[in-house]
Ligand binder design. Structure first.
Ligand code: PNS
Length: 158
């Protein structure tokens, strides 16, 4: 059984994430979306809310489950769940510059390989930061985010 972990903050999940995770589920028997409580970022949504949004979004996708990453090392989480690989999406060379040291460090720590999937052209401009900024300033981001996220973002505006 081949199991991949897709880690991230997902604050919030957007359609670029969804597309990468769906493609990962075609390559692996099982995919775990690991939602981090990233210590360097002040999130808009709590870990519980981010997990709930991802669970609702992937409830119809076979082989995809969602778990909290916790506050420890990603490689420890991967060992615990028996992962064979990490999967990350790359939108541009800047993403590669950000991801590459983490991939090397994770391989150094545990031997775990990171598989990079090139983001689909429809989503290369998307980031959680932009989604939040545009929404907060009154712009419409509905076409870039799953329904579960739309609902919660609307609640935030009320
Ligand atoms: O969506 P993000 O915020 O870019 O995701 C970053 C994440 C969660 C993948 C990264 O911060 C991470 O792996 N955190 C877990 C702690 C850890 O293992 N740090 C060392 C990474 S080499």
């Amino acid at each position: 059984m081949q199991l991949a972990v897709c880690p991230g903050s997902f604050d919030p999940l957007h359609n670029g994430h969804v597309e990468i995770i769906a493609r990962a589920s075609n390559l692996f028997d099982e995919v775990i979306v690991a939602v981090s409580s990233n210590m360097h970022k002040k999130p808009m949504f709590s870990v519980e809310e981010r997990i709930a949004m991802a669970q609702e979004t992937f409830s119809y996708v076979r082989g995809v489950s969602v778990k909290p990453l916790g506050s420890g090392l990603l490689t420890d989480f991967c060992k615990e769940v028996g992962a064979n690989a990490l999967v990350k999406g790359l939108r541009d060379p800047k993403d590669l510059g950000y991801e590459s040291p983490m991939a090397t460090m994770n391989r150094h720590l545990s031997g775990l390989e990171t598989v990079f999937l090139a983001a689909d052209g429809r989503y290369t401009h998307l980031s959680s930061t932009l989604v939040k900024e545009v929404h907060t300033l009154g712009g419409d981001v509905a076409e870039f985010i799953p329904r579960a996220v739309q609902r919660r973002l609307q609640d935030r505006r009320r």
